[in-house]
Write a protein that binds this ligand. Structure first.
Ligand SMILES: NC(=O)C1=CN([C@@H]2O[C@H](COP(=O)(O)OP(=O)(O)OC[C@H]3O[C@@H](n4cnc5c(N)ncnc54)[C@H](OP(=O)(O)O)[C@@H]3O)[C@@H](O)[C@H]2O)C=CC1
Ligand SMILES: [Fe+3]
Length: 460
């Protein structure tokens, strides 16, 4: 594999330009993996280590020297050592003066130290230009080449030129640098690898709570009520009927919750008359996890489709159909075709099919590989216009399905309305508010605010 990649590199145009030597302190897992990748990309690498004995694990084209000797050979030094061992760097302060030090370290806990590791390094070696980078890339991914999920490298630092040089290296390694600003951002960057699915927490927790709520709601209405009043055992509803009620309900509510923060933000901006003020924290966080909310909603919608497809093969459904036929035969009476029911049934199915199709399209366009290929305007068009259309179709699908049942008092059990009726509350609020916001008397000022025309210097 090594041979292959060096062959490929021989063909690559940029290998002809001699790259600058990079020094890496620490011959541990990460230092070695990064060194290996650097050599593959054409950088001469020199390791600074406590032991100059070259182990077989170290890339064969790399040199291993003492820290002081290695540092003298390069202008950029990557510190692949744990923070608690940084102390020895103070004795090298003179050699490290003016050099670019790249801090790659991570912590074991969120906000483990009062200052970030990169800021600590800058305090220890005040004459050096410290840049934070590479901490979100794992040694394993670097070595095995499975970098698809973590191609992004967050970079921050106070010295613009030093940061630019590090970003150039990141690019040369085939990764994507993301400039996060000054070294103050290091604390946040160091916390990234410790967060476990941060954007998924709220959507998953919310859907768990809603699932539990609607499960018990349907259990009370459809199973316990029938048992108490009609002495009928419908406990088997737990297997398919209730899940097939929860899934569309959750898909609809979660989809509406994707668009609710947008209309709330518009109301807040209209009220404040400016966009140059931060939204409340909860709204910011909610806005950031909209994509995940949408994907969870899509998962529920897909489950609803699967549950619906098995309806004709369910024993209970087949039994109910045959008993209706038998009772018609026994009474010698054929039920005439009810045109209203035909229309209701066909239109709710049609709305469901179209709604689901657009839902899937929304999901596909939110994938990074697709969204990277459309421009911002196209992405906004799909996610906003198509998103609202999906919400309208899904709301209409639910409305038509339970349409005639919502108003009839007989559909209430223990004063509890049909669960579908509850599921329509949030989508209806979102759609009505959005409709109101489209009116020119609100839309025009909102557009002006969003274009920054009513810029208030106080908030800029
Ligand atoms: N492993 C990973 O996937 C990732 C690691 N990182 C960060 O990279 C850094 C290194 O991690 P990793 O390579 O996994 O750790 P290792 O424990 O594998 O290596 C650490 C290296 O630090 C050096 N070292 C240890 N103690 C001292 C000391 N007292 N004085 C001087 N040097 C010392 C040693 O190198 P030598 O023997 O050559 O002196 C050692 O090999 C850490 O800060 C980590 O947070 C960041 C992203 C991912
Ligand atoms: Fe449905």
């Amino acid at each position: 594999m090594n041979k292959n990649s060096s062959n490929i590199m021989a063909l690559a145009p940029n290998t002809s330009n001699k790259r600058e030597t990079i020094c890496i302190f620490g011959t541990g897992d990460f230092g070695r993996a990064l060194g290996h990748k650097m050599i593959q990309s054409g950088y001469p690498v020199v390791f600074g280590s406590r032991s100059t004995q070259k182990s077989s694990l170290i890339p064969k084209d790399a040199e291993v020297l003492s820290h002081a000797e290695a540092a003298q050979k390069a202008a950029i030094i990557i510190i692949a050592i744990q923070r608690q061992h940084y102390n020895f760097l103070t004795s090298l302060a003179e050699i490290l003066h003016g050099k670019v030090l790249v801090d790659v370290s991570n912590n074991l806990k969120i906000n483990q130290y009062p200052e970030s590791n990169a800021e600590y390094l800058a305090q220890l070696v005040p004459g050096a230009k410290v840049v934070k980078a590479f901490n979100t890339v794992s040694a394993w991914a670097l070595q095995s080449g499975t970098l698809d999920a973590s191609r992004q490298v967050f970079v921050c630092g106070d010295d613009m030129e030093a940061k630019q040089r590090v970003m150039d290296i990141v690019r040369a390694l085939g990764l994507t640098p993301l400039d996060q600003g000054s070294l103050l951002a290091a604390q946040e960057i160091e916390n990234y690898p410790l967060q476990l699915f941060p954007m998924w927490k709220f959507p998953i927790l919310l859907s768990l709570c809603l699932t539990a709520f609607f499960f018990f709601y349907c259990l009370i209405r459809d199973v316990i009520y029938s048992y108490v009043y009609d002495n009928k055992d419908f406990s088997f509803f737990i297997a398919i009927s209730i899940p097939n009620r929860i899934c569309p309900i959750l898909a609809l509510i979660l989809l509406a919750l994707v668009y609710l923060p947008g209309v709330l933000a518009a109301i807040i901006q209209l009220y404040r008359g400016t966009k140059y003020r931060r939204f409340p924290d909860w709204l910011d966080k909610w806005m950031l996890c909209r994509k995940q909310l949408g994907l969870v909603a899509l998962a529920f919608a897909s489950l609803h489709v699967l549950y619906t497809l098995v309806i004709p093969i369910r024993y209970f459904v087949r039994w109910r159909m045959s008993s209706q036929i038998i009772s018609q035969a026994l009474n010698n009476k054929t039920e005439p075709l009810n045109n209203t029911y035909v229309w209701l049934s066909d239109s709710y199915l049609a709305l469901g099919i179209l709604g689901f199709f657009l839902f899937v399209l929304l999901g596909i366009t939110s994938l990074p590989s697709v969204s990277n290929n459309v421009n911002w305007r196209e992405f906004r068009f799909v996610q906003s216009k198509l998103g609202y259309l999906t919400l309208i179709l899904c709301t209409a699908h639910t409305l038509v399905y339970g349409g005639n049942r919502f108003l009839s008092p007989s559909s209430y059990r223990w004063y509890l309305p049909n669960a579908y009726m509850l599921s329509l509350i949030v989508p209806c609020i979102v759609l009505v508010v959005k409709l109101v916001l489209i009116f020119p008397c609100l839309d025009k000022p909102l557009t002006r605010i969003r274009q920054g025309w009513e810029r208030n210097p106080q908030y800029s």
